[in-house]
Design a protein around this ligand. Structure first.
Ligand code: ZN
Length: 155
């Protein structure tokens, strides 16, 4: 009986710590329920932005997009990337070597699919953007690999 109680207390504590760190990390200015997001977004957009999905490579509208301007979060409009840091990585997803404003993006270690990757999310609305890898070009050596559907371009 004691063991069960201890485990329960541990579980509750863990959940609490997780909930607190989640709150701290995400400056959720945009507060919507998952049902609201699901209503607003297409099925594909919901799967990528809210369920951490990945669009198929070479299918997104910004893979070969080369106009000058900024890429904003398609969930809330936060500024994420500048076209000046976009490059052709050959991966099939829009790739950038730097963030336009680092306070608008949070990084989370993602251990799904048997790999350790670093997920990137919008700091404002918590939408999934893609992942960041350490095989990018100079001057940062980083590759922000982003789903087109998570982005909205503006000049
Ligand atoms: Zn956002």
């Amino acid at each position: 009986m004691k063991i069960i109680i201890t485990i329960t207390v541990l579980l509750i504590t863990t959940v609490n710590i997780y909930a607190q760190s989640d709150k701290k990390e995400m400056n959720k200015d945009v507060k919507k329920t998952e049902q609201q997001w699901a209503k607003e977004f297409s099925t594909e957009k919901y799967q990528v932005l809210r369920q951490c999905g990945t669009e198929a490579p070479f299918t997104g509208k910004y893979v070969n997009h080369k106009k000058d301007g900024y890429y904003y979060c398609s969930g809330c409009g936060s500024k994420l990337f500048s076209s000046k840091t976009k490059y052709d990585s050959g991966s099939g997803w829009p790739s950038f070597y730097a963030l336009a404003d680092s306070s608008n993006v949070i990084e989370i270690v993602d251990e799904s699919l048997g790999m350790t990757r670093t997920e990137i999310k919008c700091a404002n609305c918590g939408s999934h953007l893609g992942h960041v890898f350490k095989d990018g070009p100079n001057p940062t050596g980083l590759r922000y690999c982003v789903n087109s559907i998570s982005l909205e371009f503006g000049e």
